[in-house]
Design a protein around this ligand. Structure first.
Ligand code: PEP
Ligand code: MG
Length: 573
């Protein structure tokens, strides 16, 4: 039995027969092209480009059918690569200037970019090179007139093992009997990992040499919780993992009984329990959870992976669908928080090449530079509000002036719609995310201008502790239990309640059952949770006593270190 440790990319346990796909190495030879044949060679390359565009169109239809519109945007990202000057300009230039065949010119260009990608420190961007190779490989196969290997030919239940899996390969997995995959390459934020989670396929990546160590037919266990691959496990290990599998299925099933029950502590304190919505594809499952509302509708998905901003109509449609699906329950629509790691491809000024994008032009700061984008979104939200119970929320607020500017723009949007005779909801409430320490510290000054606040713990922790939330070198310092964080949370809740304002929390801290007792003790009004953890958190809250948690928070506020807070939480289950 061999155990290899990698990166847990998509949760779950999969046990089955391995199917190893060999990496089809494409050998590209350098061929000199005579001067009089250069134009023809460039034409041959352009024909391959067109064929690749057709491939992407076909892939888009398939993805739309299986995964929906959100994921189909990945294809847009591939189209952008295909239209990039690296492909459209550099390759023909190399063919012409160096007098070489198209395959060679293309692979040289790709290699040069690969070297640049490898030097990038940001994992998210480093991972984007797989998208580039996906497109490059399609182009090469067209030039060589070969068919791309199709995983849909695998018709047995198995665990796929390969050196790498491209996003386009991953999209097709839903149609196969593949129950999980393990790869040598890959990181947690790659498109492949993101897709595996959406498809609910267990995945472990970044295993360095798993594709050489496993043979087709071997029994393997994929542990998508711990990031492990176990090759040829003994019967005892298989039995142990089968038990874990059964337990988690049984647990999930028992949680179902909590649907529709109120979220109330043992001593009778009720909490509003809402879900975060990141894309329209999640809408159905969020509604099925019988949530009290959507406490954070992240609208960035509408703006990313595309070159033009979404129109007002497109936005009205997207927001109305969510608002209608939630019926009489509230939906807090957050205006787009573009910037940070959510880089825009819209071609607008900034945030490009910022050396510190999380401290840069992000959220409301970016939108106040692009008032057209901001106003269009506010108009769309005002119009969608007619369909149900909507509130609007502004992200990344650090100064009162930003709230006043957002309010003025909302007034302008209202006046415009009224003048145009377009119907909309008159009394839309406006709130802010409290996720920057300056806003938390000076909340009293913001409160007269807002109807509610929602704490974004993801960013609040990052900015309070000076820990980049996506930098793997400092993950050990990213700490929701830090007494400074708890002190700040406490002061936000107190300040807001003293002025009779509603306080929600929508960061990932709400999705961690170990941290939720603190939020209960702090007395927040609502928590908005990632759908996967919704019922589990509800179960946790229903087992707590509010009065005991209040006492726990008093003790936590007197701690000097997070380990002390952790110990308190362990002692007060
Ligand atoms: C947060 O910062 O906690 C939050 C919910 O916003 P996001 O994760 O989208 O930055
Ligand atoms: Mg945030």
């Amino acid at each position: 039995m061999i155990v290899i440790k990698g990166i847990a990319a998509s949760p779950g346990i999969a046990i089955g027969r391995a199917y190893v796909v060999e990496d089809e190495d494409i050998v590209v030879e350098r061929v000199e092209i005579p001067r009089d044949k250069i134009k023809e060679e460039v034409r041959r390359f352009k024909t391959a480009q067109k064929a690749t565009h057709r491939d992407l169109d076909a892939a888009e239809i398939k993805v739309l059918k299986v995964l929906g519109k959100h994921h189909a945007k990945l294809i847009d990202a591939h189209r952008l690569i295909l239209k990039d000057s690296l492909i459209t300009h550099d390759v023909p230039k190399r063919i012409t200037e160096e007098g070489v065949n198209a395959e060679f010119a293309l692979s040289e260009a790709l290699e040069q970019v690969n070297r640049q990608f490898e030097r990038m420190e940001d994992e998210f961007f480093r991972e984007r090179r797989h998208d580039l190779f996906d497109v490059g490989k399609r182009l090469l196969l067209h030039l060589m007139k070969r068919q791309k290997r199709s995983l849909s030919d695998i018709d047995e239940e198995c665990i796929l093992i390969s050196r790498n899996l491209l996003p386009s390969d991953t999209m097709g997995l839903k149609e196969t009997k593949i129950i999980g995959f393990a790869t040598d390459l890959g990181g947690k934020t790659s498109h492949t990992a993101i897709l595996a989670q959406s498809l609910e396929i267990t995945a472990v990546v970044g295993l360095s040499d798993v594709s050489r160590r496993v043979k087709t037919g071997d029994t393997v266990i994929l542990d998508g919780e711990q990031g492990l691959v176990i090759i040829n496990p003994g019967p005892e290990t298989v039995a142990k993992y089968e038990k874990v599998q059964q337990r988690s299925v049984a647990e999930e099933r028992s949680l179902e009984t909590l649907k529709g029950l109120p979220t109330v502590t043992l001593d009778g304190r009720a909490f509003k329990l809402e879900a975060n919505l990141d894309s329209p594809e999640e809408l159905k499952s969020v509604v099925a959870l019988e949530v009290d509302g959507v406490g954070l509708f992240r609208t960035e998905y509408l703006f990313l992976n595309r070159t033009e901003a979404p129109s007002e109509e497109e936005q009205v449609k997207a927001y109305s669908a969510a608002v209608k699906a939630l019926g009489d329950r509230e939906v807090i629509i957050r205006t787009a928080d573009i910037g940070g790691d959510r880089l825009s491809t819209l071609g607008i000024e900034g945030p490009k090449n910022e050396s510190n994008p999380f401290m840069g032009l992000r959220g409301v700061r970016l939108f106040l530079r692009h008032l057209d984008l901001f106003k269009t979104q506010l108009r769309a939200i005002l119009r969608a509000s007619l369909k149900g119970k909507v509130r609007v929320m502004i992200p990344m607020v650090s100064a009162v002036g930003e709230v006043l500017a957002a309010r003025r723009l909302l007034e302008q949007a209202r006046a415009e719609l009224a003048a145009e005779g377009v119907v909309f909801k008159e009394d839309l409430e406006l709130g802010i995310m409290v996720e920057i320490p300056s806003t938390a510290i000076l909340l009293d000054a913001f409160l007269p201008h807002v109807d509610f606040v929602s704490i974004g713990t993801n960013d609040l922790i990052q900015y309070t502790l000076a820990v980049d939330r996506i930098n793997e070198n400092v993950t050990h310092l990213y700490d929701p239990y830090h007494p400074a964080v708890i002190t700040l949370l406490d002061s936000i809740v107190r300040a807001a309640h003293a002025k009779g304002k509603w306080v929600g929390v929508c960061g990932e801290m709400t999705s961690d059952p170990r941290a939720v007792p603190l939020l209960v003790g702090l007395g927040v009004d609502a928590m908005s949770i990632s759908p996967r953890m919704f019922l589990r958190v509800k179960q946790t809250i229903r087992g707590l006593k509010h009065e005991s948690m209040k006492r726990l928070v008093v003790k936590a506020l007197a701690c000097a270190e997070s380990d002390e807070v952790r110990r308190l939480l362990e002692q007060n289950p």
